[in-house]
Design a protein around this ligand. Structure first.
Ligand code: ASP
Length: 331
């Protein structure tokens, strides 16, 4: 009887240990990158327009991907990718930013370095050509995290960044959009904000976000993009996040930090954490929703959005890559 019991215990232990051996091994990417260029819209994008957008998304992706392939830092990859997107008039950041209700541009941006938890941001800036560059300099050359308006401009000037007239950011499309919104006494839906998250060969994660905000916003309104923990977060041990969407919801739900916290404190996978926050928090609130792009410490990529479309592109060292606007089945 006693022998039988010992045999049973041994058999159980063997079964359990063989189960453990069979746990799927997590593939660790050497490097990984994902970008977004806004989410929103009430309709899918027509195929030919999607194809045009994909050209720009792929070009932006190549900027960051090349840096990572050559052993460059995640910080450089996200900054340079966002600079490319800020210079592209198609998106709502830098050139092509949406307008405030009084017909001007006020831009927000942030960046975070997951290796040391340093972060920098600018808000309500009107003349810095590439706000993400200013955000990085705030992080690296000041003891602060967030500079606003004229103070941010003075700092950028002092640092030798390119300063442009406010009209530089204007495009005919964004002018027409504002005219329509003013006619309807409405504020626009989120679209075209840009961001990037990367993991480099040294295991460092960085994230950056840049935007003109919401079209027709009150002047002085600051969204989620420059708020660390709302739109952007990076921590080498857990995750990097950049977001796009209805900024007020992102601030009220601390979206990026929530995803980080669910993973760090509760052990949720990246997919579970992003799904929980977008579908069980954001989607249940009144507003126009949005999406997040995320990379975990293993280089796993998740792009979660509750809107019809999200402009996005991604690549991993193992070879998986793509660009999309409409939802795709294979993701
Ligand atoms: N999140 C941005 C903001 O609220 C808008 C967007 O993502 O398009 O300022």
């Amino acid at each position: 009887m006693h022998k039988k019991l010992i045999f049973l215990i041994l058999a159980c232990a063997m079964v359990l240990s063989s189960c453990e051996e069979q746990k799927p091994t997590v593939q660790k990417e050497e490097w990984s990158i994902v970008l977004h260029a806004g989410a929103g819209g009430s309709q899918l994008m027509p195929k030919d327009t999607e194809d045009q957008y994909k050209i720009f998304l792929n070009e932006a992706l190549t900027v960051g991907k090349t840096i990572l392939e050559n052993g460059g830092s995640a910080l450089d990859a996200v900054e340079q990718t966002v600079v490319y997107l800020e210079n592209c008039p198609l998106f709502n950041a830098g050139k092509g930013a949406v307008m405030t209700m009084d017909g001007r541009h006020e831009l927000d941006a942030s960046i975070m370095d997951g290796s040391n938890l340093m972060a920098g941001a600018v808000a309500g800036v009107t003349d810095i050509k590439n706000p993400v560059k200013a955000a990085r300099l705030v992080m690296e050359r000041t003891p602060h995290v967030l500079l606003i308006g004229e103070g941010a401009s003075a700092f950028a000037r002092e640092q030798g960044l390119e300063i442009v007239p406010n009209s530089y950011f204007t495009t005919e499309g964004k002018k027409a959009e504002l005219a329509k919104l003013l006619e309807q006494h409405a504020q626009g839906e989120p679209h075209g904000t840009v961001g990037c998250v990367a993991l480099d060969k040294n295991g460092n994660i960085a994230a950056a976000t840049s935007t003109g905000g919401m079209a027709g916003k009150k002047w002085g309104r600051v969204g989620d993009a420059p708020i660390i923990g709302a739109s952007t977060i990076a921590n080498n041990d857990v995750v990097g996040v950049s977001s796009t969407g209805h900024g007020e919801l992102w601030i009220r739900q601390s979206v990026a930090h929530d995803i980080y916290a669910l993973m760090d404190y509760k052990g949720l996978s990246l997919k579970e954490a992003a799904h929980e926050v977008i579908w069980n928090k954001i989607d249940k609130m009144e507003g126009s929703g949005g999406g997040v792009i995320c990379i975990d410490k293993n280089g796993e990529i998740v792009m979660e959005f509750d809107t019809k479309v999200m402009n996005r592109a991604w690549a991993k060292s193992s070879g998986e890559c793509g660009a999309a606007v409409n939802p795709v089945v294979s993701e």
